[in-house]
Write a protein that binds this ligand. Structure first.
Ligand SMILES: *[C@@H]1O[C@H](CO)[C@@H](O)[C@H](O)[C@H]1NC(C)=O
Ligand SMILES: *[C@@H]1O[C@H](CO)[C@@H](O)[C@H](O)[C@H]1NC(C)=O
Ligand SMILES: *[C@@H]1O[C@H](CO)[C@@H](O)[C@H](O)[C@H]1NC(C)=O
Ligand SMILES: *[C@@H]1O[C@H](CO)[C@@H](O)[C@H](O)[C@H]1NC(C)=O
Ligand SMILES: *[C@@H]1O[C@H](CO)[C@@H](O)[C@H](O)[C@H]1NC(C)=O
Ligand SMILES: *[C@@H]1O[C@H](CO)[C@@H](O)[C@H](O)[C@H]1NC(C)=O
Ligand SMILES: *[C@@H]1O[C@H](CO)[C@@H](O)[C@H](O)[C@H]1NC(C)=O
Ligand SMILES: *[C@@H]1O[C@H](CO)[C@@H](O)[C@H](O)[C@H]1NC(C)=O
Ligand SMILES: *[C@@H]1O[C@H](CO)[C@@H](O)[C@H](O)[C@H]1NC(C)=O
Ligand SMILES: [Cu+2]
Length: 612
C-alpha cells in the first residue's frame, strides 16, 4: 500500500542545536548520537553498564538475601524483600525531532532520550516517577509493563481504566513497588504514542537462574515507522480486510533505537548510514543480554552470528535455561539470554534481528529492510571496522512451522514451580474482525469492540460500585470474588497473530495451538509456562489462567498497537468487595481527572482510538 502520509509531516531541519561531540561517529555512522537518539547513550560504546545510574546497593547489595528463583513464591507479597529504598525519577515528555535511522521525524520522548530513560531498582524497592506532560496538544500516561501493582491498581497508567490522561503542562507522580524481578519496559499508554518513541527499559535486579559475569543491560528491539502515529492509525481504520495486506507496514527495524536507511526511499530529510548500535564483549566471559521487544507490530527473530544463546527468563519469569540459535519475541515480550564470549579478543560479530517477510501475517513491512544489525566488539577488536560475519540461520524454518508463534510451550519451564489448578470460573472469548457498520475495520471479542472513555476511568467507577451500569463497549467483566479464572481465547478469520497481554498479573499459559482447544490438554500441567504476554496464532487458540488475588480493574489486550486501537481489549474487575472497602484511591487521581476535564473543556480532543 503506497499511501503513507509521509508528505503530511512537516519536519524542520534543526541540525545546529545538536552540539555534543561526545558520541561523534558512534556506530561508525555519519550522524551525531544527539541527532539520532537525542540525550540517550544507549547503543554507544561509551554507554555505562548497569548499576551506574542511581545511588544505593545496586545490584551488589542483594537485598533479596537467600531468596532464589525457586525457593520463594514471587507472587507472595509477604515474601517480597523489604528494602526501604525508593528509586526516584523525573521525566518531561516532549515532541522532539530525532532521526534514529537517519530519517528525521517528530518523536514523543522522555527527557529528550530515545530509547527512553532506564529505570533500575532492586527487587522489593519502590519506584517513583514524576511525569510532566510537555506536549502542547495531547494528554499522556505511562504504563509499567509487567508490574503487579498489588494494592496500587491506580498506578497502572492506563487512560480510561486506571486514570485520566495527564493534561498538557501537568505532572503526575507514579509510585509502585518492584514486586517481581527481571527485565521489562515502560511506555506511553495513551493511544499509540509509544510507537513514536515514548518507551524505555526497566531492570529489576534479583536472583538469577543462570550464572553470568557481565550484565550488558537492556537491548531494545522494534519495528520503526517514519509517520506520526495518528496518521498511521487513520490508515489502520480504513484498511480493508478484503485486501491482501493490512497497512501500515514498517519501514525499518531498530536495535537500541538505531539503524540505517536507504534515503532513496523517502522524501523526508534523511542522512544515509546513520549508524548501528555497538556493544562490547569480553572474551571468556558470560554476558547477560536483556532483550525487549517494543515493536508496534513486527515479529522479530534475534540471533548472534555463529553463537548459540541460553534463554534464562521470559518476561518477569526465570525459566529452566535452554540453548537456542534464534530467539523469537512478540511485542511486549522480554527474553533474558546469556551468551558466552567464546571468540578471540580481536573478534567482532553482528547481532541481528530479522523480521518475518511481508504478508505472512507475522509482520508487515515495506519489503525494503528485513534485517538490522548491531556490532559486538571484543576487547581488542578494531572498532573502526564493521564486523564481517554472516548468519546461516533461515528464519523461515521457524516462521512456517511455528506459524508466527512463540517457541513451543513445553520448551519453557518456570524455575518456581506452580501447578495448574482447576479454576473457580471459566470464560470463553471469540476473537473476530471486520468492518463495522460505518466501514471502519474493528476487532470484536465476543462481539464487543472496546472503547475507552478517557474522562471516566473504569477503576473509579468500579470503586464506586458502578461496574454493572457501564456501557457495553467498556468491556468490563466483573469476576466477583472468584479466586481464579481460566480464559479460553479462540481467534478466527484472520491470518494475524496476537500477542495477548494481561495487566496486574502473570498468567499460566495452559495451551495454545491452531484450531480450537480440545477442552482438556494442558501443556506441562505440573508447572506450565507463565508470562505476562503470549501469542495466539492465526486461527488458533490460547488458554490461560489467572489467580484473582489483586483487587482492581485489569486490561487484557492484544499488544499489536493497531489491534488494540481497533478495540481488541477487555477488562477484568477483580475482588470487588476488597476494592470497594480496602483500596484507597489517592487524591492525585481525582486531581488528574479534574485537570484533564478542565483541559478538554477548552480544547478539542481527537480521540482517534482507545489506545494501548
Ligand atoms: C509533534 O510535532 C509534529 C510535527 O510538528 C506535529 O504534527 C504533532 O502534532 C506534534 N504532536 C504533539 C503531541 O505535539
Ligand atoms: C533451583 O535453582 C537452582 C539454580 O538457581 C538449581 O541449581 C536447583 O537445582 C533448583 N532446585 C530445584 C529444586 O529445582
Ligand atoms: C536504495 O534504494 C534505491 C531505490 O529503491 C535502489 O535503487 C538502490 O539500489 C538502493 N540502494 C541500496 C544500497 O540498497
Ligand atoms: C517483536 O514482536 C513482534 C510482534 O509480535 C514480532 O513480530 C517480532 O518478531 C518480535 N521481535 C523479536 C525480536 O522477537
Ligand atoms: C548450537 O546448537 C546446535 C544444536 O544444539 C548445535 O548443533 C550447534 O553446533 C551449536 N552451535 C554453536 C556455534 O555452538
Ligand atoms: C573478517 O574480518 C577478520 C578480521 O576482523 C579477518 O581476519 C577475516 O579474514 C575476515 N573474513 C572475511 C570472510 O572477510
Ligand atoms: C466503527 O468504528 C469506528 C472506529 O472505532 C468508530 O469511530 C465508529 O463509531 C464505529 N461505528 C459504529 C457504527 O459503531
Ligand atoms: C455474537 O453475535 C452472534 C451473531 O449475532 C451471536 O450468534 C453470538 O451468540 C454472539 N456471541 C456472544 C458471545 O454474544
Ligand atoms: C465468578 O465469576 C462468574 C463470571 O465468570 C460470575 O458469574 C460469578 O458470580 C462469580 N462468582 C463469585 C463467587 O463471585
Ligand atoms: Cu492483535
Amino acid at each position: 500500500m503506497g499511501f503513507f502520509a509521509k508528505a503530511a509531516i512537516a519536519v524542520s531541519l534543526v541540525t545546529s542545536v545538536f552540539s555534543s561531540s561526545l558520541f561523534e561517529g558512534s556506530g561508525k555512522g555519519k550522524m551525531f548520537q544527539s541527532r539520532t537518539n537525542g540525550a540517550s547513550t544507549f547503543g554507544t560504546l561509551e554507554h555505562l553498564s548497569l548499576g551506574h545510574w542511581v545511588v544505593g546497593p545496586l545490584p551488589l547489595g542483594k537485598p533479596w538475601a537467600d531468596r532464589t528463583v525457586n525457593n520463594t513464591n514471587p507472587y507472595d507479597t509477604a515474601a517480597t524483600p523489604v528494602t526501604g529504598m525508593t528509586r526516584s525519577y523525573s521525566w518531561t515528555v516532549t515532541n522532539t525531532t530525532l532521526a534514529p535511522d537517519g530519517v528525521e521525524i517528530p518523536m514523543l520522548v522522555a527527557n529528550g532520550q530515545f530509547p527512553g530513560p532506564l529505570i533500575e531498582a532492586n527487587w522489593g524497592d519502590w519506584i517513583e516517577v514524576t511525569v510532566t506532560n510537555g506536549l502542547e496538544t495531547e494528554g499522556t500516561s505511562i504504563h509499567w509493563h509487567g508490574f503487579l501493582q498489588t494494592g496500587t491498581p491506580y498506578e497502572d497508567g492506563v487512560p480510561g481504566i486506571s486514570q485520566c490522561p495527564i493534561a498538557p503542562g501537568k505532572s503526575f507522580t507514579y509510585r509502585f513497588r518492584a514486586e517481581l524481578y527481571g527485565t521489562s519496559w515502560w511506555h506511553g499508554h495513551l493511544s499509540a504514542q509509544y510507537i513514536n518513541g515514548l518507551a524505555g527499559p526497566i531492570v529489576i535486579h534479583g536472583p538469577k537462574s543462570h550464572a553470568y559475569d557481565i550484565d550488558l543491560g537492556p537491548v531494545m528491539l522494534s519495528d520503526w515507522f517514519h509517520t506520526y502515529y495518528k496518521n498511521l492509525l487513520e490508515q489502520v481504520y480504513y484498511a480493508s480486510p478484503v485486501g491482501p495486506i493490512f497497512p501500515p507496514m514498517a519501514e525499518n527495524m531498530l536495535i537500541q533505537g538505531k539503524a540505517s536507511y536507504n534515503c532513496s526511499n523517502t522524501k523526508l530529510p534523511c542522512t544515509p548510514n546513520a549508524g548501528s548500535a555497538q556493544f562490547k564483549f569480553t572474551s571468556g566471559k558470560k554476558h547477560l543480554i536483556r532483550l525487549i521487544n517494543h515493536s508496534a507490530e513486527a515479529l522479530i527473530f534475534f540471533s548472534i552470528d555463529g553463537y548459540n544463546v541460553t534463554v534464562i527468563a521470559n518476561d518477569f519469569v526465570p525459566v529452566e535455561s535452554y540453548s537456542t540459535d534464534l530467539v523469537t519475541i512478540a511485542v511486549g515480550q522480554r527474553t533474558d539470554i546469556v551468551v558466552e564470549a567464546t571468540g578471540k579478543p580481536t573478534d567482532s560479530v553482528w547481532m541481528r534481528i530479522t523480521e518475518g517477510p511481508c504478508k505472512t501475517g507475522c509482520s508487515l513491512n515495506d519489503g525494503l529492510s528485513f534485517t538490522t544489525t548491531a556490532a559486538i566488539y571484543y576487547e581488542d577488536a578494531n572498532t573502526d571496522v564493521a564486523p564481517n560475519t554472516t548468519s546461516s540461520i533461515n528464519p523461515s524454518r521457524y516462521l512456517f512451522p511455528l506459524n508466527c508463534n512463540n517457541q513451543p510451550l513445553d520448551v519453557t519451564v518456570p524455575a518456581y514451580v506452580m501447578p495448574a489448578k482447576e479454576p473457580s470460573t471459566t470464560l470463553s472469548f471469540l476473537m473476530t474482525g471486520g468492518d463495522n457498520s460505518t466501514g471502519q475495520f474493528v476487532w470484536w471479542m465476543n462481539n464487543i469492540t472496546f472503547r475507552a472513555d478517557w474522562n471516566d476511568p473504569e477503576l473509579l467507577e468500579a470503586k464506586l460500585g458502578n461496574a454493572a451500569s457501564l456501557p457495553v463497549e467498556r468491556a468490563l467483566y466483573d469476576l466477583g470474588t472468584n479466586s481464579s479464572v481460566r480464559l479460553i481465547m479462540t481467534s478466527v478469520g484472520f491470518p494475524a497473530s496476537h500477542p495477548m497481554h494481561i495487566h496486574g498479573h502473570n498468567m499460566q499459559v495452559l495451551a495454545e495451538g491452531v484450531g480450537s482447544w480440545d477442552g482438556t490438554t494442558v501443556v506441562n500441567a505440573a508447572n506450565p509456562q507463565r508470562r505476562d504476554t503470549q501469542l495466539i496464532q492465526p486461527n488458533g487458540y490460547l488458554v490461560v489462567q489467572i489467580d484473582l488475588n489483586n483487587p482492581g480493574v485489569w486490561p487484557f489486550h492484544c499488544y499489536v498497537a493497531w489491534h488494540v486501537s481497533e478495540g481488541m481489549s477487555i477488562n477484568f474487575f477483580e475482588q470487588a468487595p476488597t476494592l470497594e472497602k480496602e483500596v484507597q484511591i489517592p487524591y492525585k487521581i481525582a486531581q488528574t481527572c479534574r485537570d484533564w476535564s478542565a483541559w478538554t473543556g477548552d480544547h478539542v480532543v481527537s480521540q482517534i482510538d482507545s489506545g494501548l
